[in-house]
Design a protein around this ligand. Sequence first.
Ligand code: GUN
Length: 283
Amino acid sequence: MDNLLLAKPVLKEIYAQIEDYMQSLEPETPRPRLDVIMVGENQASTSYVNRKLELCKKFGIQSKLHHFEELSHTHLLQLIRELNNDHFVSGILVQLPLPANIFVPEVIKAIDPRKDVDGFHAYNLGKLLTDKEFETLSPCTPKAVIKLMEHYQVPIRGQNIVVVGHSNIVGKPLAVMLINRDATVTVCNKETKDLSFHTLKADILISATGVANLIQPAMIKPKAILIDVGFTKIDSKILGDIDPSCLDKAAALSPVPGGVGPLTVAYVALNTIRAHQWHIENS
Ligand code: GUN
């Protein structure tokens, strides 16, 4: 195994999959289309959304950005219903966070699960719970972590894996996907009493908290495999959750930047073509 688990070679595989699908489409078939809804001004969201839209463009996936400075909860639900009913829309993504006037669970519930390219809808999360074969539209960052592990042949079955961070976007679905693959999973969060007690036992440590350099060398088991899913920008410098000096003690590190991030964006495009394929096969 390489000791730096980088996204680049994995991206090649995913891009090839997307290209193959796009080339397989008959000329008269409408192209896949991703509609992204963004409410408010948030620098990080703008940057994530731009990356998603740029990647779609690169592969000929159509896209439309619905950006509002302000939007009522009711109008957002109305827009989602319109996009659900629009046959030209393959995927719908509502960028998070949303302003406080909008109740996120209800928004996610309103998205047609077949167009839910984030994999956040209860229907898709429920499917995820049953078996890894049902991870069709699953959350992009956890999927990216699993893909990275598979590419670099990081063993999952029977491993003690500690996930730091229990968000709906990363930690919770990732823990389920790892359990589906027979790992022994511990999920920590900001209330965990003695974080090191848990992290020191991890054969594989995955951190997704957004707390820069949270994981220090003294907190890891020698020869552990470390996967960083944190992202913090401080004075235009990008930092992950895992202090890079941990690599001296670890067997391998997937770093930030250069690791999971670009793979997450690629999975948005891949989920869009999956949703498109489902629509074509069932209409
Ligand atoms: N905000 C941060 N990560 C994500 C994501 O994966 N999907 C959406 N919709 N919003 C996010």
